[in-house]
Design a protein around this ligand. Structure first.
Ligand code: DAH
Length: 339
């Protein structure tokens, strides 16, 4: 090989070796092997050689071209594999690190309490019926024996939507809807959201939930009411729970009562939880007023029945020993995951 070729070979191989990026390598290729490259120029200069020298020189240039091409290919391959291992290193996953824990959803105390209430009443043969949150004045008040000028209407001020419509203040309207269907016996509970224009505090919220209950059949008496609700109280609060009925007034039941349960904290001796009385009020109830039956198309001469209504939040607070109703609505996971 001529000295010029030898010198060019050394330079080219050195530059290829230095070409540590794809761009540098391409530069080297163009500089030596490209159309205007040094090796091409070398071939062009062959015309100045003698006829004997020409084939030898041509062969040498071609050999060098193959050598350089191979060197560039190999450099490319090395570069690719180096880049790949860099990338692998950068993307390495440490499988020994502790995994992130996936948070699984949690049932709300209201839902837990409602599921329990439904389970108990379904066990006694009750059906769960849903009613509408937007209600006609008639179903929320009038048909429940609360005429326009009744003081009970003041206590249950609500959001009036225009026309005859309002957001229901109680689930009791569900009783009327069930009776109007004309199928007797009726044995249902109806849980749902109710609305009142109340200020938020530890025991009040403008939106809360009630569970209504209604049983209509022949020969239903107050002892059926007592027996049913006593079974419910024992199932919900514990076998040793006792119940007490206090006379009360609701426009749509006669007689009406409020039911207390013996305090499950102190067993009835009196404590901070039951404010010393030994009893905790949990619901309103009574025998459905004959006038209410009549207005809904049920013959009060043939049928009687009882109804009850309870506040779901109140029961959830009691069962899970939560002191402030607002906690139920704040959706703080630290609170909710405790139940
Ligand atoms: N609707 C009543 C309220 O919101 C609760 C109630 C009391 C419902 C007595 C009843 C009942 O069905 O018989 O205060």
């Amino acid at each position: 090989m001529s000295d010029t070729l030898q010198e060019l070979r050394d330079r080219a191989l050195a530059q290829i070796k230095e070409g540590i990026t794809p761009e540098k390598l391409e530069e080297a290729r163009v500089a030596f092997l490209g159309k205007k490259g040094e090796l091409t120029a070398m071939l062009k200069s062959m015309k100045d050689l003698s006829a004997e020298e020409r084939p030898k020189f041509g062969q040498a240039v071609n050999d060098l071209r193959s050598e350089l091409e191979t060197a560039i290919d190999e450099a490319k391959k090395r570069m690719k594999s180096a880049m790949r291992s860099e990338q692998l290193k950068a993307e390495a996953v440490d499988v020994t690190l502790p995994a992130k824990r996936q948070a699984v959803g949690h049932r709300h105390p209201n839902s837990l309490a409602l599921t329990e209430i439904e389970r108990i009443f379904i066990g006694m043969g009750y059906e769960v019926v849903r009613s509408t949150e937007i209600e006609k004045d008639y179903y929320n008040f009038e048909a429940l024996n609360i005429p326009a000028d009744h003081p009970a209407k003041d206590e249950q001020d609500t959001f009036y939507l225009g026309g005859d419509f309002l957001l229901r203040t109680q689930t009791s309207g569900a009783q009327v809807h069930e009776m109007e269907k004309g199928r007797i016996p009726i044995k249902m509970i109806s849980p749902g959201r109710v609305f009142r224009s109340d200020e938020v505090d530890a025991t009040h919220s403008p939106v809360f939930h009630q569970v209504e209950g209604l049983l209509i059949d022949k020969n239903i008496t107050f002892s059926d009411l007592k027996g049913t609700l006593a079974v419910f109280a024992k199932e919900f609060f514990g076998e040793e729970t006792r119940v007490k009925f206090r006379p009360h007034h609701f426009p749509f039941t006669e007689p009406s009562a409020e039911m207390d349960v013996s305090c499950y904290k102190c067993g009835g001796t009196g404590c901070r939880f039951c404010k010393g009385s030994g009893w905790i009020e949990i619901l309103g109830c009574g025998m459905v007023h004959p006038h209410v039956l009549e207005m809904s198309g049920v013959d009060p001469e043939t049928y009687t029945g009882f109804a009850f209504g309870l506040g779901l939040e109140r029961l959830a607070l009691l069962k899970y020993e939560i002191e402030d109703m607002r906690l139920l609505y704040e959706n703080d996971e630290r609170f909710l995951t405790q139940f």
